[in-house]
Design a protein around this ligand. Structure first.
Ligand SMILES: [Zn+2]
Length: 431
């Protein structure tokens, strides 16, 4: 190598190693229940990630524990009543419009700034997203979800974006639809689930090995591996329960999933009668809007119904019109989610590694981590000095950090702004 090449090599390496924009990759494996690694382990690469970084015994999703709402929570740090994506099927009583995650997605349902947009507002900040459950995203690099694409292809594309010689991204986001799909088909306890969890571990292994091959990524990339919710076994029954069998559907509109349904009344004069009728539905809890338990953080939004039906774990409540009634075939559905977010079966995973995070640290089951907390952690890792308010708690993520002083000083500064006890520290400024 000539001296000039040596100089150039040294210059380029120094530039890469001293780059000031922090690197972060967020990965969501949909429907990854918190105890799958214990049930189906040992998992070689999840264990490796435990050693090289931090992980939580479990993470609590937001209520409702549905896919689209929780993915929006991860990137905004907000409860569903705050960000407004309150279900996979939503009725907006103000605009009279309907959101259905499988047919009707437009920008209006995602009005807030996500972490990837906030990252792009900084100098030299570039974000890349592949397949996140959301409508089209306007950032440097974006590719929508494609069912046929393999995890390896997704990783290769994402790492190419990080390694772009001209305009590299510094924040990447990946969505992968398993193990949720297998969870629906077989429930959480099955040989197929064991198989897909092993496959997810191999996917993680591929990602970790590819990162290790690149000195810049190996030394500087932060990695977060998480998910949106867990999975519950559906009780075997050949008799689906239908909403239409209990109420006069001409008096209301019903929107939601098989596990949480929002009821909008045509006339509030009917509320007591309809409440009484709904109370006859087996394996459900019915609430008038004002009586929804505070811990759900699911009340203060026009998109939440006058009445709400929360289905008991392991059961489903169907509507004959929903998905054309196809999903009412219980012989093909063995798992579901959307239930009470405090239930163990709805809890999910959290693993992370990188230069700002401790190694071999476990947040035990005596501590609590919520998915609203992850937004603030990403703001800290990305060194974003001004993040919008969120419902997350800095105290919950502080144990993960090598240097907790930044968090402690912010907590001190913001103590007067605590909203509702332990879990609603509003973040105005970070850094
Ligand atoms: Zn999901």
């Amino acid at each position: 190598m000539s001296w000039l090449l040596c100089v150039l090599f040294f210059y380029k390496s120094s530039f890469i190693l001293s780059q000031s924009v922090p690197l972060l990759l967020l990965v969501s494996f949909d429907g990854f229940r918190f105890d799958y690694p214990r049930l189906y382990g040992p998992l070689r690469y999840f264990s490796r990630l435990e050693d090289q970084g931090v992980h939580a015994h479990s993470m609590i999703p937001t209520f409702t524990t549905a896919t689209f709402p929780n993915h929006y929570t991860l990137i905004t740090g907000l409860y569903e009543e705050v960000h407004g994506l309150v279900s996979n099927e939503i009725y907006d009583s103000k605009t009279k419009s309907v959101f259905q995650s499988w047919t009707n997605m437009t920008d209006q349902w995602w009005p807030l700034k996500s972490i990837w947009t906030i990252n792009e507002e900084r100098y030299d900040g570039r974000s890349g997203v592949i397949g996140w459950p959301q409508h089209s995203i306007s950032i440097s690099k974006y590719e929508p979800y494609r069912k046929e694409r393999s995890f390896k292809e997704i990783i290769d594309r994402m790492l190419k974006w990080f390694n772009d010689p001209i305009k590299p991204i510094n924040f990447g986001v990946i969505y992968f639809p398993e193990p949720e799909l297998t969870g629906y088909q077989t429930g959480p306890y099955s040989d197929k689930m064991k198989e897909i969890i092993k496959t997810c571990d191999e996917h993680l292994g591929y990602l970790l090995n590819e990162i290790d091959k690149n000195v810049n990524l190996k030394n500087n990339l932060h990695l977060i591996i998480t998910s949106d919710h867990g999975m519950e076994e559906i009780n075997a029954t050949d008799k689906p329960i239908y909403l239409e069998d209990y109420v006069d559907m001409t008096k209301l509109k019903a929107f939601g999933t098989e596990t949480v349904i929002n009821i909008f009344l045509n006339s509030m004069n009917d509320i007591d009668d309809i409440f009484k009728n709904l109370s006859q539905i087996p394996h459900t809890q019915i609430y008038k809007k004002q009586d929804i338990p505070i811990r759900y953080h699911y009340k203060n939004n026009l998109r939440i119904g006058d009445l709400i039906i929360i289905v008991d774990p392991g059961y489903e409540l169907h509507r004959r019109s929903f998905h054309g009634g196809i999903r009412a075939n219980l012989s093909t559905i063995h798992g579901n989610h959307g239930y009470d977010n405090q239930m163990d079966s709805m809890k999910t995973i959290f693993y992370a590694s990188g230069p700002q995070l401790k190694q071999n640290f476990t947040l035990s089951n005596t501590s609590t981590l919520y998915n609203v907390d992850i937004f603030a952690l990403m703001c800290l890792i990305l060194n974003i000095t001004k993040c919008p308010p969120s419902n997350g708690s800095l105290a919950n993520i502080q144990p993960f950090l090598i240097d907790p002083t930044r968090v402690l000083s912010i907590i001190e500064k913001e103590t007067g702004k605590l909203q509702d006890g332990s879990i609603s520290l509003v973040i105005y400024l970070l850094g």
